[in-house]
Write a protein that binds this ligand. Sequence first.
Ligand code: HSE
Length: 439
Amino acid sequence: MKKINVGMLGIGNIGTGTYRGLAMNHQKILDTTGLDIEIVKILNRHPEKDRGIKVPDGVYVQDADAILEDPSIDIVIELIGGIEPATTYMAKALANGKGVVTANKAAIAANGQRLSELAQEHHCLLRFEAAVGGGIPILTSLTTALLANAFTEVHGILNGTTNYILTQMSEYGKDYEDVLRDAQAKGFAEADPTADVEGIDAANKLSILMSLVFGIGVAPGDIPTQGITSVDSNDIAFANESGYKIKLLASAREEDGKVAGNVEPALVPDTHPLASVSNEFNAVFVTGNIVDDLMFYGRGAGPLPTGSAVLGDVIDIASKLHKEAAYDTVSKLRYDAPATFVGEGASKYYIRMMAVDEPGVLGRITTVLGSFGISIETVIQRPGHTDRLDAAAPHDNAPIVPLLFIVHKVERSLLDQALEELLAQKLAGSVENVLRVEE
Ligand code: HSE
């Protein structure tokens, strides 16, 4: 039996889930690994707050250094979130020879390379399985069982909050704000839900995946990112009627040394496995050149599922403590592939616009799109929405109607130019939404 002392920075949703998970399965972990893992200190700046767990006296500390500088602590779990001071704390723990486990996608996406180099330098291990896909063991799979593969693409539903919102809006016609509050109450959403609903959380996770899948470093801010706030009941109804589900997809694919990737609500055909991923569940779909297509599915958010990933990393590090770590491949970020990142790339798109309802307009719209080489797959005209007339009419008294298109594969920048032209020619009053259509 080997005693492993763990210090935990933060005791919010994931910290509580991790603590409860260890309490539930401590004996099972001991029986199967011989590791007696104990969380001996927890940084908790609000000890008066009831977390619903029983913590022995003396475990809560107020100062991070009480953990980072404690020589008896073997592993530090960082769960405070945000880039700073989390990165500084992790760097200090590694410099002091401790293993580090984190669920912090923002800090890893921003500083993962520096932290993994620091881990190598100090012969420590750094793990961040919980940063992508909650309880899904995607990073460990990519860096161990799938290491023999070269990958051509990765698609993921990587944010539980937005998937929960889109599912509830689509299946039950629920209101966006109500569903968001529900997701926050269930512990999926970030404290500030902007990162979830604007796609920033998913972009952080895609940045980490791109490093492990393609060996390319793309800052989350350089990934074209659109959240779900533009998706409304018109889009949901069109998708439902046309055999699609709207999903916030984080996607990247490589062709001829060029990696394209983005985060965007996309229309996913009902027949695609990702279409059936509902509520807070996440999924990651990867294609390797040896293994072919794989889909990983599970709870992408929530205290216990994410705690499961944290504990898996703690056990992995604990089982390797004092072994040579210099050649560690697990969760080691790579930015050395001879590939370039080219942004969003080409795709089919769904477009919802308010178009002028006059004879010949549809023909002129298709002519403009055709002049940009854009071909239409589907078009639907809805009866007018009078409440939108003032806001969206391109000229006084123009009757307008919602027009919904799907166009064949086109570069996003070219599509944007064509849509600008429709607005300039006053054929459309406004472009209300543009969503990628997954094939
Ligand atoms: N807020 C995140 C989500 C938590 O909704 O997926 C997991 O990273």
